[in-house]
Structure formats: structure tokens, C-alpha cells
Design a protein around this ligand. Sequence first.
Ligand code: NAD
Length: 367
Amino acid sequence: MMRELTVDLGERSYPIYIGEGLLQDASSFFTKHNISKKSPLLIVTDTNIAPKYLEALQKELVQGGFKAEAAVVPSGESTKSLAMLEKLVGQALEAGLDRKSTIVALGGGVVGDLAGFLAASYMRGIKFIQIPTTILAHDSSVGGKVAVNHSLAKNIIGAFHQPEFVLYDLNTLQSLPAREIKAGLSEVVKHGLIWDESFVSWCEVNSEKLLALDAEALGYALYVGCGVKAAVVSQDERENGLRAILNLGHTIGHALEAVAGYNELLHGEAISIGMVGSAKLGMRYGATEEVYIRTKNVLAKLGLPVRLPEHFDVEAIMSAMMHDKKFLEGTMTFIVPTAIGKVEIESNVSVDWVREIVEQLKQEDEL
Ligand code: NAD
């Protein structure tokens, strides 16, 4: 069964296809979306994904009449760099890509962000297709934010560049390491926590199926998660307001990633702890304790961390938060849950409250 939904952005609208075995049929999707068969296309992927899925995809596209070239980058966050972008531009030029060419991102958020920024900047912008291969990439492949990192800041050199379509083959997720599965589910739950109480209930009931990568459960969860992201992005493509709610858990989460040196905690793990912190903050803005308890329970059921490891230095975390762009004139902006499935943007949050909450995060029970 294939699920389909649309990111509604007027003339830049595009579909997301979710199903099993879609890569085997990639050329029919490429043909349907008028991808050029005369100009070469470049598949960008990483060293973990290439041995598993690149050859089959390339073969399928070549058989379908496409001039499919490939570039393989090292896996990991450090690949999202200007140096790697420059290297890829060289490979694109050598492969003869022109203005009618397409960049295809085959991978997780790292490949999607890097290849997307290549597509946004090569010859001032060419077509782009997202083929996500991680659970987390249900979030990163939708919405058009593409970027590389600078040594001083993450995602600081980037653009908005929407793909032609997103082709999500659930079969590729079967090879994900267990830790990456859980980390990706953190962003799935986030979409429920900001938008849809009934989806949070569904995640509570179906946590084991999700962890076991049951195709039906996973397909449904990614469909709902992508649907929330699409709904938010359709209303606020360039983050002038509403889109900020997608940052639930990110103020604390990004600080934890920075303090841990982007090594110890995966993005989804840091966001999980950050969402527990936001739910605690929510109680100071009138949310019931039940909101905090359910937030924590659903994340713990999915095997995600809900407690801040003891060795993290609270002042280092506070200092990292104050370097974040969400820190302004002595106060912080937080996405604060007011109920399950409902959040508000609070732009005047007291630094002392946040410090107390970060300290309390070390005392959370791991359920
Ligand atoms: P990732 O791309 O690094 O993938 C995680 C790991 O899994 C990597 O080692 C990768 O090689 C491996 N992998 C990927 N697919 C696999 C598969 N099918 N089988 C086996 N291994 C596989 O990380 P991610 O978690 O997908 O994405 C994180 C990135 O996404 C960050 O750079 C973050 O900034 C970005 N992001 C972007 C947005 C956005 O809106 N653009 C949103 C959220 C996150």
C-alpha cells in the first residue's frame, strides 16, 4: 500500500509518497514528475547507505532512461560543510550537470540538507528530489530547509529550497541501527505533541510495533508526522511565526548537543530530554502535571532518554542556550506545551526558571 500527501505551497506544492518497495519503481516517479532524461542527474548519498541502496537505485534509473550519476560523501554531521559542498559542485560539473539537471538526496537528514543546499545553489538553483532513508528524515526531507554547518554554528549557511517530491521507501528503514530508530521516533512523537493528541495516544499504544519497524505502523506514523510538518510549513513556509512550534524541545536539546560536542547524544535523544524540560516548563504556564507525565511516558516507551545524564554541567548548558539565536535581551523563547497536542510560543521565559528545570532534569526517573 502506498500513502500519499501534499505539501501545499501554491505553485511549489509537492507530494510525499510513502510505501514499501518504492525505490524499485523510482523511474516511474521521476518520469511522472518530468525529470529530464537528457541532462544528467546526480544522486548524493553517504558511505553507509551507498553499499545498501545506491547500485539498485542507479540501475533502476538508468534502465528508465535517466543519466544517473552518483557522489558518495562520508557519513556523519561533519559532512555538512562548505568544503564538502565545494567538492560536490566539482563532481556535478565533471558529471556535466546543467540547469535542467536534478540533485537526488538518498539518505538521512545529513545528506538531505547537504544535497538540498547543493541543489539550491548550483547554477542558482536546480531541481531536487528527497529520498529519505532514516525515520528522522520524515522531518528533515519535508519543508525545504537546506543547509551546511559552519565551525561556529549549525545550519548557519542555508536556503529554503523545496523538493519536486519526496519518495519514502519504508524498506530502506529496515537496515537502520536500533539507536537511530529510537532517535527518529523522537521527532515523530514531537509532531503529535505539538499538533495532535490522538496521534500521541496512538504512539502510546503502538510503541512496540514502531520499535519493531512494523511496516503498517511505521507507514502510518510517518504519514501523520509528515502531515503535521506539511500542515505547519504550508501555513508558514519561512518561519515568520507558526513554524517555530516545530522547535519543541530544541532550545534545551540544541544546548545539550553543543555541550556534548555532537557526539554523545543523537539529535533525537537530545530533543527527547528537551521535550521533557519543555513539558515541565509548561506547568509554570498552567499546563496540568498530566501533560508532563504523558510526554515523559510516551518518550520513555519508545526507548528514548528522559533524564539528563548526571555529568552534564548545568552552567555549560545555560551558557550554550544563551548563545542560541532564541536568546534575546535576557530572556529566552520556548515552545511550551499547554496540553497534549497543543503548544504556545513563549518569548519571555525567565532564565532562572530554565536553570531550575535543567537541574531537575537530572532527577527524572527513567521509566
Ligand atoms: P544522518 O543522515 O546522519 O543519518 C544517521 C546515520 O544513519 C548515519 O550514520 C547514516 O549514514 C545512517 N543511515 C542513514 N540511512 C540508513 C539506512 N537506511 N540504513 C543504515 N544506516 C543508515 O542523520 P539523521 O538523523 O537522518 O539527520 C540528522 C540531520 O538532519 C542533522 O544534520 C539535522 O540538522 C538535520 N535536520 C534537518 C531538518 C530540516 O528541516 N532540514 C530537520 C531536522 C533535522
